[in-house]
Design a protein around this ligand. Structure first.
Ligand code: CTP
Ligand code: CA
Length: 217
């Protein structure tokens, strides 16, 4: 079984020394990579900039990228031969329209940046998904959580969307714990307790393995 995982944030450069990014640590994606590998999978982990070391597991190949465009290129290269795709990265939705060649100098009292939409990695690859391939996405919502998560499942052709609940203290970015609900294309909904991200990874991997069409690994 081959698994493709995106993880961490993306950094979108503004000039040679600055970028637009976010607080994603990559912990969830790295924990998923370790757990899939522990279950016998060959994992390609495409990671944005994180403070985490490359996983030491012999069956995890880590590809380091900076921007959403680079993450898309790397993911597209591995997608066709992967049985399972997991989109755990917190991809920047927008990038600067222009990257300044030199450091932007401080000038007026305000600065307006023009941003353009980034490629939606999950949605683009979702258009190429074959029936035997399985896609897992994440959604972090603050209102109408399940409605928005299911909308993402449909738009991005996911088989499972993992809804991250922010309502519970200790869940989400910058925490070692997560509280998730798995929503599936067939309407099934499974809610898990707040637990360590490594435990959440185990729940997600077990759900995926149980839903694959034939025995793997
Ligand atoms: N995703 C992606 N490429 C993007 C944006 C998102 O692959 N450019 C993936 C994420 O990795 C995640 C899923 O899509 O698995 C949902 O990400 P999210 O940011 O919640 O969705 P968006 O479509 O960007 O919607 P919004 O941020 O407006 O809620
Ligand atoms: Ca987004």
């Amino acid at each position: 079984m081959r698994v493709l995982i995106t993880a961490g944030p993306t950094y979108e450069p503004l000039d040679p020394v600055r970028f637009i990014g976010n607080h994603s640590t990559g912990k969830m994606g790295y924990a998923l990579a370790e757990t899939f590998a522990a279950n016998g999978a060959e994992v390609t982990l495409i990671s944005g900039p994180t403070a985490l070391p490359d996983p030491g597991h012999a069956h995890i190949r880590t590809v380091r990228v900076q921007t959403a465009d680079e993450m898309y290129q790397a993911a597209a290269a591995a997608a066709a031969t992967a049985d399972v795709w997991v989109f755990a990265a917190a991809v920047a939705d927008y990038k600067p329209a222009h990257v300044a060649e030199n450091k932007i100098k401080k000038a007026g009292d305000t600065l307006t940046l023009e941003l353009v939409k980034n490629v939606d990695i999950a949605a683009e690859l979702g258009k190429t998904k074959r029936p035997e391939q399985f896609s897992v996405g994440f959604a972090l919502e603050t209102e109408n959580e399940q409605v928005h998560a299911l909308d993402k499942l449909r738009r991005k052709n996911f088989d499972i969307v993992v809804l991250n609940s922010l309502r519970d203290a200790g869940a989400g970015f910058r925490h070692d714990t997560n509280k998730v609900t798995l929503l599936e294309a067939d309407g099934r909904i499974t809610t898990f307790d707040l637990k360590a991200k490594v435990e959440v990874a185990r729940d997600i991997v077990h759900a995926v393995l149980a839903r694959l069409p034939h025995p793997h690994a």
